[in-house]
Design a protein around this ligand. Structure first.
Ligand SMILES: Nc1ncnc2c1ncn2[C@@H]1O[C@H](COP(=O)(O)OP(=O)(O)OP(=O)(O)O)[C@@H](O)[C@H]1O
Ligand SMILES: [Mg+2]
Length: 509
């Protein structure tokens, strides 16, 4: 065992310099638990001198740790990475420090030769995030107090309404109609669509036209924070829950009476999803470290960029949580699948940026129009918006030409317009000054039949889950005859008894 660690002891001088200059604490031990490297930041976090640590066994330097509580020792024992852990402690100066620690095994080929712990100081992030939550809470309380002045103070940050949404295509009009209906019900809404398709716009519009419009709208991105921080931010903490923990409300409490928007909800770690599920089921929560329950009345809206059915299949979202989050599901199609919106969006953004930059741009040339209609817009509406924002400033004149477009859009090339089918549906708007009919290239689509089958399968699966595998109830739920359902179950090899047997686990481990 000991000779395997020789590799670690002889970390090259260059590597030591690099590891010593990075901004994270690094602690490396060999397979016996002897420290072979301990960098400057780790030393300052622990308030120790590297000389006191290197060459000694970890448990003799940190007597408060044991074989069981030391993550480095447990990684050496299991050979597997330890879950990322948050640690809050007071340093020698009396400052409260919060670190996120990742502990990983080190292998040379198949042989375990040691373990490494990387500690990232997230004190500042934690303080800033808590400050944001406090300010939001303060704003909401103050808004309540000042309503006595007779002015209704707008709380939260939702500024868009349905009037801000450009929707010409049937696809987008359906989205808006569905979202308007959703705004009137109190049910949880799950919105999905590629980046830049307008999810946030729709979410805010739902809140603003709902009966909760005068109450808070609070948004939180679930991908932005490590698990332990996110947990405290969402559910709040009680003093003493861990060293340095304060009594503070979470976003659920801050959003009470209003809407909470969880963006990129598929990035939420699974254990936290279990807690979220419990709050949704019980309508109450417990701050971390607190034993009493607090009632909350929050309308949850969530969003993600991938298809929720796929996210469930890939185990990114718990199936039981998915049913709670997606009582109403709204898909916003990518811009390339609703090209009828492109002329109106172009007009909308030209107007906005012409007045913002004080210029007089009327429209785009025919070449630009054709390019806009055939370009796939991977960044969707946001990409179109940015292209126009830049072009309006560059054009100085009445029309936006190809020369004003960003190179990546331009490099797509206008193609051979004459060889493409011409579609009269897409008549030039007032922004398109050329009188000829623009050309549209039909893009290759997903083959319809397998796609529909996939959708049908997930709908049946979801309905079965809702009806706990009961065939008659599921058939009624889907409004199809029982025999038709049975035929489909056979065709898709779905065994309803699997669902009946499945013991749904709502508890937080
Ligand atoms: N239909 C629309 N009408 C007008 N503006 C739109 C429309 N769709 C999107 N936008 C604008 O495009 C930009 C991107 O929209 P939004 O931020 O809502 O996208 P998103 O789907 O939340 O993207 P991401 O997944 O990257 O967060 C915003 O400035 C928004 O105002
Ligand atoms: Mg967004």
């Amino acid at each position: 065992m000991r000779d395997a660690s020789i590799d670690l002891e002889h970390l090259s001088a260059d590597l030591r310099v690099v590891l010593d200059s990075i901004n994270e604490g690094i602690h490396i031990v060999d397979t016996c638990g002897i420290t072979v490297f301990y960098n400057r930041i780790a030393a300052s976090l622990d308030n120790l001198d590297p000389q006191e640590v290197v060459g000694r066994h970890i448990l003799s330097v940190f007597p408060s740790l044991s074989e069981d509580t030391s993550t480095l020792m447990s990684v050496l024992r299991t050979g597997r990475p330890a879950p990322v852990r948050q640690q809050t402690f007071r340093n020698y100066k009396g400052d409260t420090i919060t670190t996120m620690n990742s502990t990983l095994p080190i292998y040379s080929g198949a042989k375990l030769i040691g373990a490494i712990e990387v500690s990232k100081d997230v004190t500042l992030v934690k303080e800033l995030v808590e400050r944001v939550v406090d300010l939001q809470a303060e704003l909401i309380t103050t808004a309540g107090v000042h309503s006595a002045t007779g002015h209704r103070v707008k709380v939260g940050t939702a500024r868009y309404t349905f009037d801000d949404i450009v929707a010409v295509s049937q696809n987008m009009q359906d989205v808006v109609a569905r979202a308007k209906r959703a705004s009137q019900s109190g049910s949880a809404v799950l919105i999905y669509g590629e980046t830049g398709t307008g999810k946030e716009l729709v979410v805010q519009s739902i809140h603003n036209s709902s009966p909760r419009a005068a109450r808070p709208f609070i948004a939180q991105n679930c991908a932005a924070l490590p698990e332990t921080l996110l947990e405290g931010i969402l559910f709040g903490t009680a003093r003493g829950a861990f060293t340095g923990a304060e009594n503070r409300p979470g976003l659920f409490e801050v959003a009470d009476g209003g809407s909470l928007f969880l963006d990129e909800v598929d990035a939420m770690p699974l254990p936290l999803q279990a807690k979220l599920l419990r709050v949704l089921q019980e309508g109450s929560l417990r701050r971390i470290g607190e034993s009493s329950e607090r009632k909350v009345d929050v309308r949850l809206i969530s969003a993600m960029s991938s298809n929720p059915a796929t996210a469930v299949e890939r185990n990114l979202i718990r199936r039981d949580l998915f049913f709670r989050l997606g009582v109403i599901i709204i898909e916003i199609p990518p811009l390339r699948k609703r090209k009828d919106d492109i002329p109106a969006l172009t007009e909308h953004f030209i107007e906005r940026y012409s007045s913002q930059f004080g210029v007089n741009v009327h429209g785009v040339t025919r070449d630009v129009f054709e390019l806009f209609m055939e370009y796939p817009w991977p960044g969707n509406v946001r990409e179109l918006q940015h292209a126009i924002e830049a072009a309006v400033q560059l054009s100085h004149g009445s029309l936006i030409g190809l020369e004003h477009l960003p190179p990546h859009v331009l490099s797509h090339g206008p193609g051979d317009a004459a060889s493409r089918p011409r579609a009269n549906r897409f008549l030039p708007t007032s922004q398109f000054r050329d009188n000829s009919t623009p050309a549209i290239e039909e893009e290759a689509k997903a083959p319809l039949v397998p796609t529909l089958e996939q959708i049908e399968k997930s709908l049946i699966w979801a309905a079965l889950e809702t009806c706990e595998g009961n065939i008659s109830a599921t058939a009624r739920y889907l409004d199809i005859p029982r025999q038709t359902l049975q035929h489909k179950l056979k065709r898709y090899s779905i065994d309803a008894s699997d669902i009946r047997r499945k013991d749904l686990d709502y508890t937080d481990k």
